[in-house]
Design a protein around this ligand. Structure first.
Ligand code: FE2
Length: 170
């Protein structure tokens, strides 16, 4: 399998680990409230992964794999259009998570945990089936359809997207 595709699978595994931590943190938030020991730290660690690894994963997929594969299978409809729409919904939920956590972090008397919980539940609802669809449909399609030249182009675009992501987080 192409090394870029392997790396995308790896990134999904790390996102799935973050989801496990997020699920546990949301459960604790419901039981203990935002004052639970270490809980804000756990929620912040999830935010960090969402804002860095998950955000650049989406960006890299969109800038490289989806572009090259899109030329073969079309990007206007079908699986790529569905993945792009799900990325849009997930970015929205992630932005709401960041805002909800900032509000809770500002302390009691500010916001309750409702918006944060709703955003986290949306991420927990959207991201696992999104990952499953990419792994069951899109990635095997890329593995089967793309030739050497197309993979070379995907790699070039991928490195460019990584450089942009590195510049943005520096
Ligand atoms: Fe993905």
């Amino acid at each position: 399998m192409d090394p870029m595709l392997e790396e995308l699978y790896q990134q999904h595994r790390r996102a799935t680990e973050m989801l496990t931590a997020l699920r546990a943190a949301v459960r604790r938030l419901a039981q203990e409230g935002a004052g639970g020991p270490g809980l804000l730290g756990e929620l912040s660690a999830c935010r960090e992964t969402l804002q860095t690894e998950v955000a650049s994963h989406f960006q890299e997929e969109e800038a490289a794999l989806f572009v090259v594969l899109g030329r073969r299978i079309g990007a206007e409809g079908g699986p790529i259009a569905v993945m792009l729409e799900e990325h849009r919904e997930l970015r929205q939920a992630q932005a709401e998570y960041v805002a909800g956590l900032a509000a809770v972090d500002a302390g009691p008397g500010e916001a309750g945990p409702e918006a944060l919980t709703a955003a986290a539940e949306r991420i927990l609802q959207l991201l696992p089936p999104h990952i499953e669809k990419e792994e069951a449909v899109l990635f095997p399609m890329a593995d089967e359809l793309l030739d050497e030249g197309e993979w070379a182009e995907a790699h070039r675009l991928w490195r460019e997207a990584q450089a942009v992501a590195a510049g943005a987080s520096a």
